[in-house]
Design a protein around this ligand. Structure first.
Ligand SMILES: [Zn+2]
Length: 198
């Protein structure tokens, strides 16, 4: 890390949580930290600039079928499963992969159906909930059968489904930066699986 990298990192860490979240939106597009600070306009007193404010950028990413957006969406989808698994008691994360050609897999172990349901609910809560303005193509690029697994582990009980979704959403909101960092690592792994203690 060069001294200017350290300075940029320090500027980021001194922002309040709201401004950091705006910067994270820009990082989510693959911008480096310095570029993200500039584009979010968080260093001055004026209005902050969100990704969704940039209509041109939004249109480009919505309609171009950009490959990087696909891979990024897969990485974030799997990162959401993985981070929720890491924060649930009694769940062991085994391995995570985001494949370059699309699709991915997060494997974990738990004896609890409700914990399983919460991990399976996570990707949808992240991609369509917390990140819908940044990942416009949605879950097309993640693992496909989360919904079926959610139904299986809850027996289709609407109360238990809601409970799993709410808990996943809360964990993801509280660990927003960790999900983005995890997605970044998956991206750097370049299609290779990341293996954990399980
Ligand atoms: Zn999934």
């Amino acid at each position: 890390m060069t001294s200017s990298d350290a300075l940029v990192r320090q500027m980021y860490e001194e922002l309040d949580a709201r401004d950091r979240a705006v910067v994270d939106e820009w990082r989510g597009l693959g911008n480096d930290l310095f570029t993200s600070l500039m584009r979010a306009r968080v260093l001055g007193d004026g209005p902050r600039r969100h990704v969704a404010d940039d209509i041109h950028e939004f249109a480009r990413r919505s309609w171009s079928g950009d490959y990087d957006v696909e891979f990024r969406t897969t990485c974030e989808h799997e990162a959401a499963h993985a981070v929720v698994a890491r924060h649930l008691p009694g769940v062991t994360l085994v391995d995570v992969v985001a494949r370059l050609g699309g699709g991915g897999l997060t494997r974990f172990r738990t004896p609890s159906d409700q914990a399983s349901a919460t991990v399976y609910a996570a990707a949808d809560q992240w991609v369509h909930g917390l990140r819908c303005h940044v990942l416009p193509a949605g879950n097309r690029f993640g693992c496909g059968d989360d919904r079926q697994r959610l139904l299986r582990h809850t027996g289709g009980d609407p109360f238990r489904i809601r409970e799993a979704e709410t808990k996943a959403f809360r964990i993801l909101r509280e660990n927003h930066t960790e999900v983005l960092a995890f997605a970044e690592l998956l991206g750097q792994a370049n299609g290779e699986p990341m293996t954990f203690g399980g």
